[in-house]
Structure formats: C-alpha cells, structure tokens
Design a protein. Structure first.
Length: 429
C-alpha cells in the first residue's frame, strides 16, 4: 500500500481481521459465561498491549514487508525459511473457513462442504487480484457491519427479556464466575497461547503498511479498546443464548439459533450480516497473509529468484494453496477452539524468542542457533501435542504438561545457551 495506511483504516482492518472466531466465542460464552472474557479477551489485550509497547514502532521503522524479512535481516535465510514455514501454518484461515461454512449452512440450509467452498470463494475473490488495498477496503465495511449487528441485537434482547436479574435466574451460577467451572491450569495456558500476538503476521503487516510509527502504535492501542467493546457485546449475547436456548444441542450454533428464534426478521438479517462480516474479514485477511507468505517468503526466497516481478504470481499461487489447505484442515478438526489451541501451542514456542530478540542487536542469537531454536522448540511442542494420542494416554499430555510450556522451555534454553556461549568466548578472547 505504499506505506500509506492511515489510522482509521489501520484500526478497522486490524480489529476486524484479528477478531474472526465469533462462533467459537459464542460457543464458549454459551458454555461458560463471562469466563469467555477471561480466556479469549484479557490474554489477547495483554498480548496486543505488549506488541504496541515493544514492537509496533520498531516494526514500522524497519520498513520491511513480512515477519520472515525480519528473521532474514537478523539471522539469515535458513531462519527466515523456517519461520515462513511456521507462519504458513500459524496464519491458516482454517478455523474461520469452518465457521463461515457453518454460518452459510445455517442461513441457507446447504450441506457443509458446498457452504465452506462458496463462503471461502466469496470471502477471498476480491483480494486475489486487488492485494492488501482490497483487503483493507473490505475490512472498513465489515468493521461497521460486525458492530452494527450486535449493537442492535443485544439491546433488543435486554429490552424484551430483562437484564442481569433475568440472566442470573436462567443460567448456571458458574456463568458469572471468572473460571466458568474450568480448571485454572486450562485458563492459564491461554495466556501463553495469546503470546501469539507478538508473532502475529496480521499485526506486523499493518504496522509495515502504516504511514508512520505513531500510527502503528496508536492503531494497536485503539484496537484493544474496540476489542473490549466487541467482547462485551458477544459475551453477553452468548449468555442470553444459554438463558433462552438451554437445550441447544450444538453451542457453536448459539448465535444463529438465537437470531432465528428471538429476533425479528429485519434485525435477524442485520445480525446475520454482522456475523458473516466478522468471519469473512478474517478469512480474507489470513488467506492474503498465507498467500504472500507462501509466494514471497517460501517460494521466492527459496529459489533466490532475482526477478521481483514474479512475487505476485507466486503469491497468487500461494493464495490458492492457502485456501485449499484451510478447507482440508477445517474438515479434519471441525473445532475452531481446538485449532486455535493446537496451532498456537506449536507456533508460538517456535517463533516467539527468535522474533522478540531479533529487534535488539545485543539480544540476538547467532544465526545457526536461531534456526535450530525454531526447529527444536517447534518439534518438541508438536511431539508433546501428539503425546495425548498414545494408547495409554487417555487424552492427557506427557507428564500432564501443556505443549506450549515444553516448547517455550526449549526455546528459552537455546537463547540462554547461546548467551552463555557468547559470554564464554568473549571472556576467553
């Protein structure tokens, strides 16, 4: 975009792209009430605040295009290629493709596969040729629609059925307890998964495109405020769904089912538009990120192609590959929350320490150490994740430890070991 992204569009695009899991939020709010805010709200506010404080200005100042560019500048081509491979999975739109398919299925009564395919096509066709500018323009419209739907629906529910007294008398008591009935360990792990914000391509991409450093930092801070407002709207709408539809078989359908049963036709249509806009803005944003990552950071960087003009062609191929893989993953998991958990548990340990240290020359690892850090921490986290599939595991992870903790421990050990090696060599000299 010629690094001309202004503050209003920066905020609208970041808010709408980063908040795509609306059906997952509805499911969690339906099951656990205000704990949704503690699990899917507060950790990500903190992660975004850390990004705004420590990374936003530095990212804009770097005048790069992608996260692997930063890894290349700090550690060289091998680390950049490994990081691009991790980002290809980390930025997959699969959870949002699944949600979009479910929404289209419920609205039009189609089968899930054609709903996913058509929804994905309509969400991404305009950005296939138009690039980031098309994504941002669409996000500006979708930002308005996502808020409009909930700002109309929630007050209408309050007016029709009553406020807090009605909710407290129609939902379990745990819906108004911070943990929602879940174990503290389960909740705590999401605060580490939310560190994905610090390696999130959608944040970096918009900071790289911002017109100046101040816009990048202020934009992230303002986005946090908008996410807080939207979380308030979505959480309490989900609690109303539990109060009014206590026997709903599939909580992931709580928002559409609530609209069908209790909203008048016009409001129902606006609410559906809000849901669709929330998901579509994320599908197009992440498909675009995946396409650029595949085309520029994997194919073009791997081939060392001297002709920059081929990057667009490679990215368009990557666009199609990203969309196709998202459809496959959506059918494989069929749970957005599981996808968030598993992908974040592997991607965050692999990238967090190398990227965080890359912006400070005195904290950087040696190039070989950074590359091995990405490989080892990601491999350990993935192995730990798969450990729950052991015949005798009963669905429990090895030693009862979440994969992200094991991966982060390995990553930190690599960084500490590299620091000690450097200090020892400095003393020897």
């Amino acid at each position: 975009m010629g690094r001309t992204l202004a503050l209003p569009s920066f905020v609208a695009s970041l808010v709408s792209t980063w908040y795509g899991g609306v059906l997952g939020v509805g499911e969690y709010s339906f099951r656990y009430g205000i704990s949704n805010w503690i699990v899917f709200g507060v950790p990500y506010y903190l992660g975004a605040a850390l990004f705004a404080i420590f990374f936003a200005r530095r990212a804009r100042r770097s005048e790069l295009y992608t996260v692997p560019d930063q890894l290349d500048r700090a550690y060289g081509r091998p680390a950049a290629l490994l990081g691009a491979g991790v980002i290809q999975v980390l930025s997959s739109p699969a959870p949002y493709v699944l949600m979009l398919g479910i929404l289209v299925q419920m609205i039009f009564g189609w089968r899930l596969l054609p709903a996913i395919l058509i929804g994905t096509f309509l969400s991404t066709a305009y950005s296939f040729r138009g690039g980031m500018r098309s994504v941002v323009n669409a996000d500006n419209v979708q930002f308005v629609l996502m808020y409009l739907g909930f700002l109309i629906a929630l007050p209408l529910l309050v007016f029709r059925f009553g406020g807090m007294n009605f909710l407290r008398s129609h939902v379990p008591a745990t819906h108004f307890v911070w943990h929602g009935g879940n174990s503290p360990q389960y909740i705590f792990v999401w605060y580490f998964i939310a560190l994905q914000t610090l390696v999130e391509p959608a944040f970096y991409q918009r900071c790289f495109a911002a017109k100046d450093e101040k816009t990048a930092q202020r934009g992230v801070v303002l986005a946090i405020g908008f996410w807080m407002l939207f979380d308030f709207l979505t959480t309490f709408t989900g609690i109303y769904a539990r109060a009014l539809l206590p026997r709903l078989a599939n909580p992931v359908e709580s928002y559409p089912a609530l609209a069908i049963a209790f909203l008048p036709p016009v409001v129902q249509g606006i609410f559906y538009l809000g849901l669709l806009a929330t998901v579509m803005s994320t599908v197009d944003g992440y498909t675009f990120i995946g396409g650029v990552n595949f085309g520029r950071d994997l194919v073009w960087r791997w081939r060392r192609d001297p002709d920059d003009s081929r990057v667009n062609l490679y990215s368009q191929i990557g666009f199609l590959v990203t969309a196709a893989l998202a459809v496959v993953l959506a059918f494989w998991f069929q749970s957005a929350v599981d996808l968030w958990h598993d992908v974040g548990s592997v991607g965050v340990p692999a990238l967090l320490v190398p990227i965080a240290s890359s912006y400070h020359p005195r904290l950087r690892m040696r190039p070989a150490a950074a590359a091995w850090c990405i490989v080892a921490s990601g491999a350990v986290a993935l192995g730990w994740l798969l450990s729950k599939l052991r015949p005798d595991a009963s669905g429990a992870y090895l030693l009862g430890v979440e994969p992200i903790y094991a991966g982060l421990a390995v990553s930190l050990l690599f960084w500490i070991g590299d620091r000690m090696w450097r200090r020892g060599n400095t003393v020897a000299v």
